[in-house]
Design a protein around this ligand. Sequence first.
Ligand code: ATP
Ligand code: MG
Length: 567
Amino acid sequence: MRQTKMFIPTLREEPAEAEAISHKLLLKAGLIKQMTSGVYSYLPLATRVLNNISHIVREEMENIDAVEVSMPVMQQKELWEESKRWEAYGPELMRMKDRHGREFALGPTHEEVFTSLVRDELKSYKRLPITLFQIQTKFRDEKRPRFGLLRGREFIMKDAYSFHSDEASLDETYQAMYQAYSTIFKRVGISARPVVADSGAIGGNHTHEFMALSDIGEDTIVYSEHSDYAANIEKAEVVYEANPSNASPEALEKIDTPSVKTVKDLSKHLNIGLDKIVKSMVFKVDGEYIMVLVRGDHEINDVKLKAHFATDAIEMATQDDIFNLLGANPGSLGPITDKDITIYADNFVQDMANIVVGANEDDYHYINANLERDFKVNEFGDFRFILEGEPLADGSGEAKFKEGIEVGQVFKLGTRYSEEMNATFLNQDGRSEPLIMGCYGIGVSRTLSAIVEQNHDDNGVIWPKSVTPFDVHLITINPKKEEQQVLGDKLYTSLSTIYDVLYDDRKERAGVKFNDADLIGLPVRVVVGKRADEQIVEVKRRDNGEGDEVHIDDLTSHLTQIFQEIK
Ligand code: ATP
Ligand code: MG
């Protein structure tokens, strides 16, 4: 493609609105244009990359016998009422009305539509298992659209749904998907780690998220430098080995702590470490109040609490509730109480002695509180977040933290939708059973951003060869010079038989062309310049900047070599 015929509106200025590097580079290199908050146009270069990603996704889906379909974006409210999500999905669901006042959702995900299709069409166990997928635009009215394509309100997703007659078959497809996802992310040039994700109250390892480690992202990933271990910080297990304090218990004493509200204030006020203090928090679990204790330098993890109590219905108690219950406000709470409240504590509280706790009386604390003697804990467990540097659960060393971008997720749904929507099949005995389901998503447009997040330098994008919009950037330094223009045209024709070539035939200054070429980031640049009359061009790699002068007779073998070497 000749650049004079293309549409690549590169920017000279830094786009000020962009926080994420991928957002900045996609704008600057002329790949996307924002239309309104969270809604982007994909310009020609982005379209080519998206097509390449989609092509890889399709190949890997077909490899595991997933079948491509294309389902409606516009989905009638009645389907969403069947699954009880019309209300539950909340304001993120984009809704519309037709001219008759009938209501519709613009699909944020397609469980309902696929479940209804299979329910109506595939009624026998003989037709199962089956996996269907599509690549399509999704709509979510996100509260905070940001980071360009990373969190849009309109975005492209590959979504797949599998239907089974038994759990074993679901397990098999889940494993196949998991492998396919690993392959897809590797092929598109992303390093993404699968992490066990939170499946809410259901518990168990029913879902994995594929996380591209990066400098920005909305999830903190705990990972190992010595193994494949990776976990969302919400789930990362804290290893506990008993290491009780050998301090001898001292006398419990109530002390005045005027206007001390936080553990930090308290540690300053008493001039002691946070690890000598216990924080006490009150939660409401399925309508009942509990107190949870953690060491002052640790943080309670409510996702772990939810998993422990197998419920999503956990919230912090309100200040009023706490006051009614314990007679004090948050800031002076503690486990020494005659009130009827069940007390849970993080494992590490067991090791502490002569602890500082709230006295359940505003502006008072106890010092030298000791477990058993002064207060009881009903149950210990892993209720907190891991800290960077703590040992990892797989024994591979210290926990490292990095931000992660969720590029995909695989999920065992079980009968969540089929039961609500009465989607059944006839088993071998002719009896009707609910379909067992899995669902699997890849954020295709988010993946485009994640690729840039992981593949760039200060000057621009460095496209992995598998998804690059063009393979070769052919540039004539000065097309007004006849020998350069002639050689440029000749190489454009010959190279185009092997590669996708972007031919910069614009009458721009060399500096402008080179800046744009760096920004756009095609893997290899072929420059026709002052040695054109000798049939010599410069070939430069985008990844490491290495360049060579090459005679055009050797050009294809030289390029073949480079394409073998680069990522
Ligand atoms: P998130 O937690 O980031 O909101 P999600 O878990 O709600 O995502 P899924 O329902 O699992 O998202 O959707 C499948 C995939 O679609 C995600 O793994 C992600 O890659 C992509 N995706 C989800 N929301 C967005 C969005 N607003 N913009 C771009 N991609 C998205
Ligand atoms: Mg997800």
